[in-house]
Write a new protein. Structure first.
Length: 136
């Protein structure tokens, strides 16, 4: 097992490949090789990816997740991530989230989930990641 102690990782989760491709190009264009980027097409797959990265010693910086996915919804997934890794920056991307979910996330923000609406502005996501990174 290799040790990637000083390497930072960002995990993106969306059931639409086109969104993952957009996130990948936006992140690598703006953050370059400061991070490694991993992508998953479901919350279940992302949980495995996060576990592997953690085991390998990567410093998990951020998880960016869609809300509306088959199986586990993004808010439930990010809550599970928070239980195990409270220090990770969590971003919920959505085009059609239930307003009750947004209200719950805003009122109950101890989980630190940032809600960003699609279509997103690159700066919104980057600002959350960079701001959280400097406050860790």
């Amino acid at each position: 097992m290799s040790n990637h102690e000083n390497e930072k990782a960002i995990v993106c989760v969306d059931d639409e490949k086109i969104i993952l491709n957009s996130l990948q190009s936006m992140l690598s264009r703006n953050l370059g090789s400061d991070y490694i980027y991993e992508f998953a097409e479901s919350a279940e797959e992302a949980i495995e990816v996060i576990g592997e990265l953690s085991k390998e010693g990567y410093k998990l910086e951020a998880v960016i997740s869609d809300w509306l996915m088959p199986g586990m919804k993004g808010d439930e997934f990010l809550s599970k991530v928070h239980e195990k890794y409270p220090e990770i920056t969590k971003v919920l991307l959505t085009g059609h989230v239930d307003s009750k979910v947004v209200q719950r996330l805003e009122n109950d923000n101890h989980e630190g989930i940032h809600c960003i609406f699609k279509p997103w502005k690159d700066g919104n996501i980057l600002e959350v990641i960079k701001h959280e990174d400097t406050h860790k």
